[in-house]
Design a protein around this ligand. Sequence first.
Ligand code: GRF
Length: 242
Amino acid sequence: MVANVSTSAEIERAPDSPPPPPAPQPRYRIAVLASGRGSNLQALLDAVADGSLSADIVGVFSDKPKAHALQRARDAGVAAIALAPKSFATRDGFDAAFFAEVDAVRPDLIVCAGYMRLIGAKAVDARRGRVINIHPSLLPDFKGLHTHQQALAAGATEHGASVHFVTADLDGGPVIAQARVPVLAGDDEHSLAERVLAREHPLLLASLRLFADRDVMLREDSVHIRGERAAPLQLSSNNAFA
Ligand code: GRF
């Protein structure tokens, strides 16, 4: 007999009762890629631990087996994996093996936080809209390395950091959010880097809260926040977006 079979939910619900509330969203899963110190990673681990970021760091991945970031992950009980590029003949070969490890933890988002290796176009394109990076400049200014030195050499009066979607265009993907700092008289590379880094951590956290709330998307070539095309968000001094 298959005709007129009702599910138990249908039987229990009166015809005019409101629909049941939607099932809660599963916890957001973040994979972090890092090559060195890992202070941005630590800010994320701390925020997950204290409940101020509703997401899980589901794996930390590095191209540098000795990266301190790996130890920070292990100390927090997070899986930490490193693959050495020199074991692979080509960039695509390395990327394929590396991202197979990343994909295995089923991340909703892949966050490059001080990941210093160029990711090949093939690996990036396959994960479009799911890879972001934090870069220590106000993009599109000062792409590449030594950004603080570049800012000082250019006589910039303002500097900062940007969180952007990763595309095959190095440091050129759509910018999601920025934090600004002044360049002060007497600054050197070190003092400026320190001032920027202090804003990177809250910038990355505020950005990831938006992702964890499923509020950010890359559509075509632009950032959309809650369905609307958006200019880069600006981090205020209270660590919220203006
Ligand atoms: C940060 O300045 C980040 O913007 C850049 O590399 C640095 C990484 O620092 N991409 P840490 O490893 O997170 O301390």
